[in-house]
Ligand binder design. Sequence first.
Ligand code: COA
Length: 170
Amino acid sequence: MAEAVTVIATSRLVLRPLSADDFDAVFAIMSDPVVVSCSGYPKPDKARSRDALMVGRASWQRWGVGSVGVWRSDALIGEIELIYNTLDEFQIGWVLHPDHWGLGYMREACHALLFHAFNHARLALMTAYTFDHNRRSVRLLQALGFGAVCSRMLDGAASTRYELRADELI
Ligand SMILES: CC(C)(COP(=O)(O)OP(=O)(O)OC[C@H]1O[C@@H](n2cnc3c(N)ncnc32)[C@H](O)[C@@H]1OP(=O)(O)O)[C@@H](O)C(=O)NCCC(=O)NCCS
């Protein structure tokens, strides 16, 4: 039987699970020097990123929700990684090509995916981690309703854990 692929449409964007054919485009965004410097994480490793794409895609079969690519007018402009973490927690992360920052695209995409995660896949708890210096990511977390839970030092910089439950999504 053919694999069912969920497509989520918002007013400006289309979200759908990534295929292996999308990998090069996503990896180019993840490796963009502006993206790497803003996120605070090391330049991504190709093999691990490819594995993560397949895990995020397989998650749709198992949990009814997982990672997606973000398309705007047929162009792949970003990715939301949504994967099972542990103890019934799911973890979300995101990347958007810098040409599309400051337009509300990632907030729009995340809201739609999180709405699906809570209301259709019935997930209970979403977590996220970001460096405190990553102000764009912190603003996005706050705009979606995530609350800061605890912080620790990671590679010499403060990193905070955020949590979101269904009734907190804005
Ligand atoms: C984190 C990241 C996705 C945020 O991108 P972004 O474009 O700033 O986020 P949003 O899509 O939510 O857009 C919000 C901005 O659009 C503005 N905006 C413009 N039009 C808007 C609209 N119609 N609706 C909502 N916001 C709108 C908002 O005012 C806001 O601007 P501000 O940040 O100057 O206040 C992006 O910076 C990124 O990819 N960073 C690198 C990867 C990374 O750090 N990932 C996280 C690792 S933990």
